[in-house]
Design a protein around this ligand. Structure first.
Ligand SMILES: [Zn+2]
Ligand SMILES: [Zn+2]
Length: 166
């Protein structure tokens, strides 16, 4: 979607609602396709005191194996874009300003790059995922196992003996 913003730039107080979706299901992350559902966005472009602002909320669902237990999990994320738009940069480069020389904004392109930039670095099926048992591989979210994980590390054992030797 390309927004023609000439009317917004020309009129103080003018605003335009922005809403749409973007198919990113072909985005390949390490052999997986985590963005199965269309990415949705909504927000507005408005002119306030002759400055044009863009406020956009991007919602995407990330589906991939959990980093800890390996079960497939879908987690929703929201990216908020709060920037101003200008036809040229006045001073040095700024990441709070989007430059639109011809007053046209390529929304899909913007949404695409913002989602890629904000993909989760950690992906858990739930905040407190217990992961897998290091010994038997059982998913500990489904219950505990009978493994004894308190087996002492021989190096630590030596240290413990030294400390207890008083
Ligand atoms: Zn998990
Ligand atoms: Zn176990």
């Amino acid at each position: 979607m390309i927004l023609d913003l000439r009317r917004i730039f020309a009129n103080e107080g003018a605003s335009l609602d922005v809403e749409g979706s973007l198919d990113m299901s072909n985005v390949d992350i390490l052999g997986g396709f985590p963005l199965k559902k269309p990415v949705k966005y909504h927000g507005s472009v408005y002119n306030k005191s002759s400055v044009v602002f863009l406020n956009l909320f991007i919602d995407f669902e990330f589906t991939a194996p959990c980093d800890r237990c390996g079960n497939n999990a879908s987690v929703c994320h929201t990216v908020t874009i709060d920037k101003s738009l200008a036809t040229a940069l006045q001073r040095q480069e700024s990441d709070t300003i989007i430059v639109v020389p011809d007053m046209r904004l390529e929304v899909d392109e913007l949404v695409y790059s913002e989602v890629i930039l904000n993909l989760p670095s950690k992906h858990l099926c739930r905040e407190d995922c217990k992961g897998l048992c290091q010994k038997c591989g059982k998913n500990l979210n489904e219950g505990s196992c009978d493994c004894d994980l308190s087996e002492p590390d021989p190096r630590l054992e030596k240290l413990r003996n030294l400390l207890n030797n008083d």
